[in-house]
Unconditional design. Structure first.
Length: 593
């Protein structure tokens, strides 16, 4: 039987000068197509690279015709001979730049319609167009590289675990609805009218149950689903490396992660990470960087201004301090080519206000004193301000006051982030750090009760065990976050493995015993049967890949993401379903009013 098409004997990235004289078949897409009279140059592309195919001007009329009919992105098969390019035609930018393939036969395998955008290095088309034609967007070199990079990262992670005692275990994706902080995606049961499965927000409870079962080291690359409103760079589904271990304390989990990331970064990027990552308590991270995910690629630390602000005549400062609030400052350094104009200071203030600041004050260090802004309220103590802050001529002291310490810190932190980027202070590279000693609970102002800051299965630190209920806000948890370049890369905790303690936490989070029995009965049941102490963590794979790829959006490292409105323009999902499908599921749609 004759073969259906000429199958490739080499890829478009593989041929070198040493292949000179070989007859080869290439399969790929027409990337660029140039004519010089009867001479055709075709850049043929596949996943592996690009090869220049030449149809010489003395080629047969059939070959000339075939070449003349080619259009961009036609999928073709080329048979030809590898020849060295003349010296002045060698292209050092191309891996195959020393050779070209002199075509003898060209077959069109499939034609291409009018393209919605050019297949290029990076696709600059509108995002919705990119996502509508994602299969074409993925042909662009940038996406090809990022998807391959993601593969390398996941492969390195798996290889790391395969060298250890960890078992890779899958957990179900149709589970009981056990909200973990976000809203569950629900799946109606056809067989049991009125009942639902949920898609997991993470495998949290299942990995804990695996510990009860004795699989003391578990990992999984798990898909997680959270039905949240579209906001920022979120996706409805994301991937995490899910890890749980028995008989561990916090530092065992942190060491494992340091070792894992050390290995992955060495393998994938040839970058050597420090053996241990810096650790910051939640309090210190907030107090110094105004964030629980500080970007440590630059300094610009913030400080307490109370010592001098309390002696000023600026009411906003003195009153805030008298009422137990905080005043913090940052010294914005004098920077070549950067002016602290009123307009720019206004932009910084706007950034602070997003986080609750009422305003941002400033004064400039100039000629051995402070001038402008709020400097007049520091009359007579200018030298003290300079000495306290260490501000030098040309630096600007930026201050934020707030009744609420956290709001003061996060507002000033927003200014710090803006400055870091605008002044070009961010060093290239990777700065990991651990944030530890988080509060276990947060107060939900809207609903008027405490809730878990991470999730409800995290262990309070031992010293708070007796007094949890008295002052939930003061309780610190055995919680840890891994931060990379200002992004929260992973969260984890040592878990509760005691029924009574677990119930106390549920109660503090406004979940009475009847409700917790109903919702989390299987976990509480399992904990009756000698659960081992355990803990874990879950680094986000999308975010990790995004940072390593030096991108700003996780969409750039996901093959088929949803858009910012949580829709898929490509398959037009979510979509209506047929009446029959709804009937089978015992559902009817309430028409929106
Ligand atoms: N299940 C947690 C999450 O998805 C991670 C963990 O505590 O291991 O954030």
């Amino acid at each position: 039987m004759e073969e259906a098409f000429m199958q490739r004997t080499a890829t478009c990235g593989s041929l070198r000068a040493a292949d000179e004289g070989k007859t080869v078949v290439l399969n790929g897409w027409v990337h660029r197509d140039r004519n010089h009279g009867a001479l055709h140059f075709i850049n043929l592309r596949d996943r592996y690279g690009m090869t220049q195919v030449v149809v010489d001007d003395d080629a047969s009329p059939e070959l000339q015709k075939a070449a003349g009919e080619l259009k961009l992105e036609y999928c073709i098969a080329v048979k030809g001979t590898v020849r060295r390019r003349p010296d002045d035609m060698i292209n050092p930018e191309m891996a195959t730049g020393e050779i070209e393939v002199k075509a003898e036969r060209i077959d069109v395998l499939s034609k291409c319609d009018v393209l919605p955008f050019m297949i290029d290095e990076e696709n600059n088309a509108r995002e919705d167009l990119r996502l509508k034609y994602r299969y074409l967007d993925l042909r662009c070199n940038g996406m090809q590289k990022r998807i391959a990079l993601r593969h390398e990262i996941v492969k390195a992670i798996r290889e790391y675990f395969y060298k250890t005692d960890f078992l890779e275990i899958e957990t179900p994706t149709l589970i009981r609805s056990t909200p973990e902080g976000a809203r569950d995606f629900l799946v109606p049961s056809r067989i049991y009218p009125g009942k639902f499965f949920a898609l997991p927000q993470s495998p949290q409870l299942y990995k804990q149950l695996l510990m009860v079962s004795g699989f003391d080291k578990y990992f999984q690359i798990a898909r997680c689903y959270r039905d949240e409103d579209p906001r920022g760079d979120r996706q409805l589904e994301f991937t995490q490396l899910d890890i749980e271990m028995s008989y561990v304390k916090r530092d065992d989990v942190l060491s494992l992660m340091e070792d894992l990331f050390g290995d992955v970064f060495r393998k994938v990027l040839n970058v050597e990470l420090p053996a241990h990552f810096r650790r910051l308590s939640y309090h210190d991270a907030m107090n110094t960087y105004g964030s629980d995910k500080p970007d440590l690629r630059f300094g610009l630390e913030m400080h307490d201004a109370a010592s001098f602000a309390s002696k000023s005549t600026f009411n906003a400062f003195t009153e805030t301090l008298a009422a137990g609030g905080a005043v913090k400052y940052i010294v914005a350094p004098k920077t070549e080519g950067h002016d602290y104009t009123r307009k720019y200071l206004g932009e910084l203030e706007a950034a602070a206000k997003i986080y609750g600041a009422h305003g941002m004050a400033w004064m400039k260090a100039d000629g051995g004193t402070v001038t402008g802004g709020v400097s007049k309220f520091f009359a007579g103590m200018e030298k003290e301000v300079l000495a306290e802050t260490g501000a030098k001529d040309g630096d600007v002291i930026l201050l934020v006051a707030h009744q609420d310490w956290k709001k003061c810190c996060t507002s000033m932190g927003a200014v710090r982030s803006r400055l870091g980027a605008d002044l070009g202070l961010i060093k290239p590279g990777y700065e990991f750090c651990w944030i530890i000693d988080f509060p276990l609970f947060e107060y939900n102002e809207d609903e008027g009760h405490w809730e878990a800051a991470h999730h409800m299965f995290s262990m309070p630190q031992a010293e708070y065990l007796e007094t949890l209920e008295e002052n939930p806000g003061a309780v610190k948890g055995d919680l840890y976050d891994l931060v990379l370049n200002g992004y929260e890369l992973a969260s984890g905790s040592i878990r509760i493995h005691d029924v009574e303690l677990q119930k106390r936490i549920f109660r503090i989070c406004n979940i009475p015993d009847e409700v917790s029995k109903e919702r989390f009965g299987f976990l509480l049941d399992a904990f009756r049967f000698s659960p081992p102490p355990h803990g874990g963590i879950a680094p986000g794979i999308d975010r990790l890949c995004m940072i390593v790829a030096n991108e700003q959006s996780i969409k750039e490292v996901i093959a088929f993401p949803k858009n910012t409105a949580a829709l898929s323009p490509m398959d037009d999902s979510p979509s209506p379903v047929e009446e029959k499908q709804l009937e089978e599921l015992h559902l009817s749609i309430k028409k929106p009013e």
